[in-house]
Write a protein that binds this ligand. Structure first.
Ligand code: PLP
Length: 395
């Protein structure tokens, strides 16, 4: 008889977004006149920038001609894109070799797939609240998970506990859902811990492009010695609106060695065995993000979202509501006013302001009493939602 992977039965059902949809639908059915504003969306809303569209069109045309047609490409990605990524890091004084870069169809796949090269005996550490992918992919494999609490006291940026031994450490900065971002000095403490404990840090930098100043770190490799203990995951999804186009990349340094084995050849082997690469046209589109025009255009889009984030944080400042995020991140993580629970605040906001957000407890125990708003809506809707919030709380 075919045996199933029983660990799948141990994954907790995540009803967060379906519960949000259900409660919103019930409210709109009872109040059809309500003009609901959705501030819980984690997806981008602006279209792809012109440089990316032009690169896509040109690549499609190439595919129509015999002499420039592309079939299977290199599993690790085309040199032109890997080189552009190395240059992107070089501009920040980080040296990455083309062989250390792996192009993929997005960060989510790589974050899950990387586990193929690690033993299921490893103990895993995630922060709480957490992007659920880190948890579910490890439960699927039967690994033990330790939660590092993120809270107001540590600014939602947990630091290592020397008394606890973790083999795989997930860090996401700027963080989803809290928007909190580590400095290079804080990441250095994590890197020092990882080197001492022979752990590997899995660093999710999906939101690095939102970082506005030199205070927060945009890469784990800003910490000294990180190339000996960390794998970095990044994505064009939030940087350049590729959530539906699909492209990301993972850096596996050649100097990262565990059990006397370098990990880069393991990951290369895993990818060449189970993955056949990202479409040529998508990689051309991704490369356009690094062109002068592309970089300027995506900066304009990011600025658009940043302005929304500022509209939200200004309102919370005015109302004296505690929050983190919103500066280096499209996410604003606020403390539910008047001691309300996450779901209580969800219902309150829906009813009193017709605004929908995301209850923090959907991301973990430590999210109880917190709430996530996102900056991915339009200026008009964000402003209107904040006007309503002021109206409700200034009364
Ligand atoms: N990592 C984090 C923290 C995310 O929030 C997301 C998407 O929301 C991803 C990774 C997934 O990125 P991608 O679209 O590249 O798969």
């Amino acid at each position: 008889m075919a045996q199933i992977n029983k660990h799948y039965t141990e994954i907790k059902e995540n009803y967060l977004f379906s519960d949000i949809a259900k409660r919103t639908a019930a409210y709109t059915a009872a109040h059809p006149e309500a003009d609901i504003i959705r501030m819980g969306i984690g997806d981008v809303t602006l279209p792809l920038c012109d440089a990316v569209i032009q690169a896509l069109h040109a690549a499609v045309d190439e595919m129509s001609r015999q002499e420039s047609f592309h079939g299977y490409g290199p599993e690790q990605g085309y040199e032109f894109l890997k080189d552009a990524i190395c240059d992107y890091y070089a501009k920040r004084n980080i040296s990455i070799l083309a062989d250390e870069v792996f192009i993929s169809d997005g960060a989510k796949s790589d974050l899950g797939n990387i586990l193929d090269i690690f033993s299921t005996d490893n103990t895993v550490m995630v922060t709480d609240p957490v992007y659920p992918v880190y948890v579910d992919t490890n439960i699927m494999a039967g690994r033990k998970i330790i939660y590092a609490p993120a809270n107001e006291a540590n600014g939602f940026l947990p630091m290592p506990d020397e008394s606890i031994d973790c083999d795989l450490i997930y860090l996401c900065s700027p963080n989803n859902p809290t928007g909190a971002a580590y400095t290079a000095a804080q990441l250095q403490v994590w890197v020092d811990y990882a080197k001492k404990h022979d752990s590997v840090i899995l660093f999710d930098a999906a939101y690095e492009a939102f970082i506005t100043d030199g205070k927060a770190a945009r890469s784990i490799y800003e910490a000294e010695g990180a190339k000996d203990c960390a794998i970095e995951f990044c994505s064009f999804s939030k940087t350049a609106g590729f959530t539906g186009t699909r492209c990301g990349y993972t850096i596996v340094p050649l100097t990262l060695v565990r059990d006397q084995k370098p990990l880069q050849p393991f990951w290369l082997r895993r990818q060449t065995t189970k993955f056949n690469g990202v479409p040529y046209i998508v990689q051309r589109a991704a490369a356009a993000v690094f062109s002068e025009e592309g970089a300027r255009q995506i900066r304009d889009n990011l600025d658009y979202y940043r302005e929304n984030a500022r509209t939200i944080t200004d309102t919370l400042d005015d109302l004296g509501i505690w929050y983190t995020g919103g500066v280096h991140s499209p996410y604003i993580w606020l403390k539910c006013p008047n001691g309300m629970g996450s779901w209580e605040f969800f219902d309150f906001l829906l009813e009193k302001a017709n605004v929908v957000g995301t209850p923090g407890e959907g991301f973990g125990e430590c999210g109880k009493g917190y709430f996530r708003l996102t900056a991915f809506s339009s200026h008009e809707k964000t402003k209107e939602a904040m006007r309503r919030l002021k109206n409700v709380f200034q009364k």
